[in-house]
Design a protein around this ligand. Structure first.
Ligand SMILES: Cc1cc2nc3c(=O)[nH]c(=O)nc-3n(C[C@H](O)[C@H](O)[C@H](O)COP(=O)(O)OP(=O)(O)OC[C@H]3O[C@@H](n4cnc5c(N)ncnc54)[C@H](O)[C@@H]3O)c2cc1C
Length: 424
């Protein structure tokens, strides 16, 4: 059986189904004792594993734009990069994207994958409707505002097979990004709110050294302004506090050729080629890596970042890069942003699992007082007894799963250990 994208998990499943029709999906799901949908395999744990796996990649993408509703519907396995191209052709765009365009829409939404931006919710907040094949083979549809919809969207792969998904879209717009280098830590801590508000989507990259390495500022080009000119506002002309504007393209990991990165230097372009850091046809990030991320409530200010920085001696030997982003509050039950704006502290690690786990134990210890919630799709150590109390709608989610999947076909070890806290 195949491995996940990072190669750190070999799926234990003994069967991989790849049906090409919805009816066949229903038959497979209804008869499998234990099954999970495999998305684009970009998670770093066994979250997607089960006795049997179901790939939906052979279902027709069937991208359908509804201009009156300003939505696009597509198959769950469609990747953001493919969808963005179709939307571009229609003069439309999504409000936000993650750091890479290679991930499947349903897989990303199921784990509350996010980009950045003080005013931007995670990618699941763009979901307007879902079609799910539940474990008895029936088709459940739900739209925003329906009962249980807020529990179904960030479903952690446990609600069923998400066969179609409808997302909000908006008229096409342009984005330009610039990179600022060498920010002093004191400026990050003293001016965090100004820095995170300096663009539509802002990412801070650091290796926890003497200075913060880079700040990537992505600005939406104001309607009617000349997209061909360099920006002169927002991110502050030639500098951002103590950071200076880069004069050539950069990779988030210093020293790596930026050839696989989206264009910078203030050159305007479509959001699909600016909001992700990495370009579609290329390997995102470094490729040989593990990832972890913790979402902390914004009300704690920069104290959680300062707490992590005090662990720099532990982190530095293992880190390729960390990324700090902001994600706006939402009302989705299993979203780390449920009811609260958050700061996301991400780690791209060298692929040294044992040492990374030792570092994670320390990071989770210092972030626990800040009610840190781990990214569902990345590596973490915390188990249900620590995570459960952080999710006030967990009981409702658990009851929803009991109703939709009473025979537990979509339960797996990961869900039991990390979320529900009941033995498999
Ligand atoms: C290089 C890299 C960069 C990343 N960048 C970001 C980032 O910028 N922001 C961020 O938040 N995360 C990021 N991630 C994490 C990633 O977005 C999540 O792990 C996401 O879940 C990946 O989606 P997938 O389809 O590959 O998931 P998989 O690992 O295949 O599956 C994840 C979960 O979704 C479920 N699932 C998948 N498809 C379906 C479906 N159709 N129906 C029901 N359940 C389904 C699976 O069963 C599983 O539970 C990154 C990961 C990598 C490898």
């Amino acid at each position: 059986m195949a491995t996940n994208w990072a190669g750190n998990h070999t799926y234990r499943a003994t069967e991989l189904h790849a049906p090409s029709t919805l009816d066949r999906v229903r038959e497979i799901v209804a008869t499998a004792p234990r099954i999970r949908v495999l998305g684009s395999r970009h998670s770093f744990s066994d979250i997607a594993d089960s006795a049997e796996l179901l790939s939906l990649e052979r279902l027709p993408p069937a991208v359908v734009v509804d201009r009156a509703a300003m939505t696009v519907a597509c198959a769950g396995a469609v990747r953001y990069g493919e969808l963005a191209v179709e939307l571009d052709r229609e003069g439309l765009a999504l409000a936000n994207l993650a750091s890479l365009p290679h991930i499947a829409v349903a897989g990303a939404v199921s784990t509350a994958t996010h980009g950045s931006g003080d005013g931007n919710g995670n990618l699941a907040t763009a979901v307007a409707a879902l079609e799910i094949v539940t474990s008895d083979g029936s088709i459940v549809t739900a739209a925003r505002g329906d009962p249980d919809f807020a529990g179904l969207v960030v479903g952690l792969g446990a609600t069923g097979a998400v066969t179609r998904i409808t997302l909000d879209v908006e008229p096409a717009y342009q984005v330009r990004q610039r990179v600022f280098e060498g920010l002093r830590w004191v400026d990050l801590f003293d001016h965090f709110d100004a820095i995170s508000a300096s663009g539509y989507s802002v990412s801070v990259f650091t290796r926890w050294g003497d200075v913060v390495d880079q700040v990537w500022v992505k600005e939406r080009v104001a309607e009617g302004s000349d997209a061909s000119t360099r920006p002169d506002s927002g991110a502050g002309g030639e500098g951002l506090f103590s950071a200076v504007a880069a004069t050539e393209n950069r990779h988030p990991i210093l020293g790596i050729d930026p050839v696989n990165c989206t264009p910078q230097l203030g050159v305007a372009g479509s959001p699909a080629e600016r909001l992700p850091h990495f370009r579609m046809g290329f390997t995102p990030s470094s490729g040989a890596e593990l990832q972890s991320e913790y979402l902390v409530p914004r009300r704690y200010g920069t104290a959680p970042i300062e707490a992590v920085r005090r662990l720099s001696a532990t982190i530095q030997p293992l880190i390729q890069v960390s990324e700090i982003r902001t994600v706006a509050a939402d009302a989705l039950w299993m979203s780390p942003q449920y009811g609260q704006d958050t700061i996301a502290i991400h780690f791209t690690w060298n692929p040294e699992l044992a040492a990374v786990e030792r570092a994670l134990a320390e990071i989770e210890r210092v972030l626990a007082p800040f009610e840190a919630r781990p990214h569902w799709g990345k590596l973490f150590l915390a188990e249900a007894r620590a995570i459960g109390p952080l999710y006030e709608r967990l009981r409702d989610f658990s009851a929803l799963l009991d109703r939709l999947d009473s025979r537990g076909a979509f339960r797996n070890d990961w869900l039991s250990t990390r979320v529900l806290g009941v033995p498999e």
